[in-house]
Write a protein that binds this ligand. Sequence first.
Ligand code: IVH
Length: 684
Amino acid sequence: MAEKKKLSREEAKKRIEELRELINYHNYRYYVLDSPEITDEEYDQLFRELVELEEMYPEFVTPDSPTQRVGAPPRKEFGEVRHSIPMLSLQDARNEDELREFDARVKRQLGLPPDADVEYMAEPKFDGLSCEIVYENGRYVLASTRGDGVVGEDVTPNVRTIKSVPMRLLNPPDLPIPARIEVRGEVLMRKDEFEKLNMELAKRGERTFANPRNAAAGSLRQLDPNITAQRRLDFVAWGIGVVEGIEFKKQSEILEALEKYGFKASRPRKACRNIDEVIQYYRQMEQERESFVYELDGIVVKVNNLELHDKLGQTSRSPRWAIAGKFAPRQKTTKIIDVVYSVGRSGAITPVAILEPVEIGGVTVSRATLHNFDFVKMMDVRIGDTVIVQRAGDVIPEIVTVIKEKRTGKEKPIEPPEKCPVCGADVVKEGAYYRCVNISCPARLVQSIIHFASRKAMDIEGIGEKTARLFVERGLVKDLADIFYLKKSDILALPGFAEKSAQNLIEAIEKAKKDVPLWRFLYAIGIPNVGEYTAKVLAEKFGTFERLKNASYTELLSIEGIGPEIARSIVEFFREPRNIQVIEKMFKAGLTLKEAETREVKESPFAGKTVVFTGALSSMTRDRARELVESLGGRVSNSVSRKTDLVVVGENPGSKFRRAQELGVKTINEDGFLEMLRQAGVEV
Ligand code: IVH
């Protein structure tokens, strides 16, 4: 860096320009493509160099410099921006029939026969805040919200802080940089960022956001852009307003061009040859809706051929060439009429809201989880409150918003129970949870039976909540092993069972006992913190139940994907004599396990893995460490990305450690690394 002082004014100007290009490029790799090419340290170094040069030569600071993305002074009010082409809204189709009606209408208006095919571009409908960003000669100059469609708010300094918004357009070889282009798209917050933000807000005692869209809107429309800068917002482009100097022919071309200029553009998208393909896409997107990082509320279907847009025209509010195919709503407003407490397998007591029943997506919802008492406190939810409930996929319905404006003053606070609501034993507070201290609490046993018999566990058909409850109430099942000792006469005596159904249940239990894959058994017995995935990892690693049972804490900890909490749970579980007794009782009843094929014991834990080092190692040089990892089939990389499998953290680690934590990439210290090497047969 010292040599910089020697730079002449002209040279400094040139270097500043160079640095901006470089930093913009690496921003793009990181925030748009999610595939960085340099380490965080290298990036920080470039950035620092630019900051220093700009401090030395403030006359060269421009608003599109990467250094200007960090925030700006607060303003008193938003300026107004008139959109050159109004930002319209879309008409909604609520189901497949309405999408077909749209297609029929398009054909009618175009004078095409009903059996003609119209090509459509189908895209996700991102549930965020629409925004228009103007570039002049490739440079970011203006950003505005949709507003009333004609006039929006000037959010230029705020949008500048969104890292996936280019400050300069990339220069694609096959496309000119237009003198002016208005890029339209959605400002969004990822679902995981939304959860994180809400957690932080709650911790600080501030008001939380009801959903990612409100969070994105609340973060963008800030008079103080420094606040926007702290919220990790994203931008996905879905169209354009005015563009000068380029003639696009199709919507698909527009999206491709936007990607070439350096934006994220609608994905996954599909160019559909006709409405049938659109319907296919609609079904698939609705099915996969939960798995996307952004909240989606439907799809948008656009006639792909832009010439036809002019022919079709628009109504006062919306274009005739596009429609939103909305997904079934997952939220409804209702009232909490009572609260009950449910005791889980681990004894944790969950408050459950009893609701005035509402229908959401074809299912009647009359209960919603309140998670725990920290959640109750954070939401300040009370009996009698009007609330918005959400049901998403298979998850238990939950309360997302309390509508406090609807309070009458008669609402009652929700208090934690003083005694276990099922067995009357004492209750202890552990973190956010209240737990029944009685390990033989019948409620815990009922839940354990339900879990044991469930489809992914032992898969015993015919044992649901009602039957499990009867088993426990009648004293037929006092521990999980008793299930294997049930007799047909026991079952026949239960209400709701007859000869045939009792026989079926006995047969299902017999069948479930034989040749059980090890992982299913490990999952079924309910070791705390061992879910389906961990059970599979353990089965693959240890192969036999005996070996796992005797595994040490360190041995467990050395396994990829097993952290201290899981390792401790496993050791403690097998140390408890009651657990061992019950398991032995199961084997006596004829349980047999199909033991997994273990991977070759000597097999390298580094095989196929991408490893990153940060900080100094005391036992060897970086080069030696790299050599060892590579000789064991691993790959060493300099920067941390989502694709990194492991980060080895030495002394005084750099920003790679932070990045690993942000991305949830596994980290180990030097001792852990040495232990892995030993496992692979290296003497260290
Ligand atoms: S195209 C003429 N494409 O949905 C309007 N909009 O309800 C053209 N939206 O205001 C809009 N994802 O904010 C389009 N892939 C997508 C979209 C999308 C989300 C939003 C947009 C618009 C609203 C219309």
